[in-house]
Design a protein around this ligand. Structure first.
Ligand code: SF4
Length: 286
């Protein structure tokens, strides 16, 4: 029996991540002074280590290592963090994904227009924190149950963490109907996220085992793993090929591989090659 390895139709690094990585790699070559990123540039520890080898290191606050060049992470920063970066560094490069900026601006406009603004996402996630920073008074909600603790106004506006699922958005919206007079929803879910989620569900449905590649701290990769496990219980979330175990693939004819939006193609290729060695299959079946 020859196992077939299939990759999801949409998988791996998205526009915003590739843009940020290009900016960091260019800064590593030609940047001014020491190069830092404000928080991890993306949620992928393997890539963060690769950037460190190129001389691009992570600081948790701009004041930690003043001078030189600082990159604002892909997930965005609060206006306070951005001001601090400009005050303490010679060069500030904004690697915030333009789609994340769109969510910041949507939340900001809703606050200005007097809506109670809800940000659907994970409280504490850097993207959600940055969006809250841009929209003073906005509140993070992760499930409809959170609404019980919030005094909603007459007008409620919703924006969404770019990596949330539409299922979660639909649940929140239906819970809000009847709790306010006016409900305005700005769907800021990123297309790259929804396409990867749909492709992952299809892949998992057709697979005996699924390997999901990406940082464990990556919200979108974790969500891909959750989606895959609902269709295929033999789903494994890994950060690199070194975590693969031969026993996972026992009896599997169809092996699915997908990867989060913060996983570069080189990491996907490495994992496919390693699976191929474990199961004695070369390349990817179509
Ligand atoms: S997943 Fe979407 S919002 Fe997030 S970095 Fe990629 S393109 Fe930007």
């Amino acid at each position: 029996m020859t196992a077939k390895i299939s990759v999801a139709d949409e998988a791996g690094a998205c526009y915003g991540v590739n843009r940020a990585l290009d900016m960091a790699r260019e800064a590593a070559q030609d940047g001014v002074g020491p190069i830092h990123t404000l928080g991890p540039l993306i949620h992928n520890p393997c890539v963060v280590r690769e950037l460190e080898r190129r001389g691009v290191s992570v600081v948790e606050s701009a004041s930690e290592k003043p001078g030189g060049t600082i990159l604002l992470r892909t997930h965005g920063v609060t206006p306070t963090e951005e001001r601090a970066a400009h005050a303490s560094h010679d060069v500030v490069l904004d690697a915030t994904c333009p789609f994340v900026i769109r969510a910041h601006q949507a939340a900001e406009r809703l606050v200005q227009k007097g809506y109670t603004v809800l940000v659907l996402g994970e409280a504490g996630h850097p993207e959600v924190e940055a969006t809250l920073g841009h929209a003073p008074g906005a509140i993070a909600v992760s499930t409809p149950a959170d609404l019980d603790d919030i005094a909603l106004g007459r007008k409620v506006g919703v924006v969404v963490q770019t990596t949330q699922s539409r299922h979660n958005l639909r649940e929140l919206v239906s819970a809000l109907v009847g709790r306010c007079e006016e409900l305005r929803v700005i769907d800021t879910i990123c297309e790259a996220t929804s396409l990867r989620q749909e492709a992952a569900a299809k892949l998992a449905n057709d697979s005996d085992i699924v390997v999901v590649i990406g940082g464990r701290n990556s919200a979108n990769t974790t969500r891909l793993a959750q989606i895959c496990s609902t269709f295929c219980p033999r789903t494994h979330h890994i950060e690199s090929s070194s975590e693969l175990e031969g026993s996972w693939f026992k009896g599997a004819e169809n092996i699915g591989v997908t990867a989060g939006a913060s996983t570069p193609q080189s990491q996907i290729d490495d994992v496919i090659a390693a699976i191929g060695r474990l199961v004695g299959t070369e390349g990817v079946g179509v």
